[in-house]
Design a binder for this molecule. Structure first.
Ligand code: FMN
Length: 205
């Protein structure tokens, strides 16, 4: 695939086929993830690749609990909002079917005693993005999710993750049921300033 096609069709794909993902593909995805930059080249990441059904189900229960607590009270409002209903339904589907994703990749970060702030995040999310881009190039759907953090203590206990490591993203991965499409984004013209805040540019004719 052309680079531009990979990037411009990387979107949250929450409806996934349960077919297993070949290990060769997972290694390629993870080899790309670890090429990301990090502050001082500290490479604070680890990746826990979860395929075991019972483990996925347990994490799925916690994820659903967090989903219900976060979005449950707004359910009717979300469903009535034309701008939100699609994302809501898709996220609701994922929350109710997380264990059916063939692979969950939990990305963790060595904290050195510091909880994830902007600086800490800056050293881990490039790896997450690399991972998702490589998955997309291979035809896999992913979603960057964080709701498991409501139950981070339990997730860490279940997976034997030691002190000094925090979880930063849980990425369900599998072949998507739907088609990859261009995500809705505010055009660059509206968010880019040139030399000075507020100074919009124009593209060459
Ligand atoms: C920091 C972060 C946290 C997110 N957490 C969740 C989540 O817990 N569950 C979920 O379904 N999507 C989650 N998302 C996915 C966003 O909803 C998604 O990227 C956004 O709606 C854009 O979707 P699109 O690329 O399909 O347009 C998260 C994304 C980011 C960047």
């Amino acid at each position: 695939m052309e680079f531009q096609d990979v990037v411009s069709t990387l979107r949250a794909m929450r409806r996934l086929h349960p077919d297993p993902v070949p290990e060769e593909d997972l290694w390629k995805i993870l080899d790309t993830a670890i090429m990301a930059p990090s502050g001082g080249n500290t490479q604070p990441w680890n990746f826990v690749v979860i395929r075991d059904r019972a483990t996925k189900e347990k994490i799925g229960e916690w994820y659903l609990d967090a989903w219900d607590k976060t979005y449950g009270p707004n359910r009717d409002a979300m469903k009535a909002d034309p701008n939100m209903v699609r994302t809501f339904n898709s996220a609701d589907h994922l929350a109710n079917n997380l264990a059916d994703a063939p692979v969950l990749i939990l990305v963790t970060r060595k904290t050195d005693g510091m909880r994830l702030g902007t600086m800490g995040g800056a050293s881990i999310y490039p790896a997450v993005q690399n991972l998702m881009l490589q998955a997309r190039e291979l035809g896999y759907g992913t979603t960057l999710t964080t709701l498991h953090m409501w139950h981070e203590k339990e997730v860490k206990e279940l997976l034997g993750i030691p002190e000094g490591i925090e979880t930063v993203a849980l990425i369900p991965l599998g072949k998507p049921k739907g088609k990859f499409g261009k995500p809705a984004r505010i055009p660059a013209e509206k968010v880019v300033f040139w030399d000075k805040w507020g100074a919009e540019g124009s593209r060459p004719e």
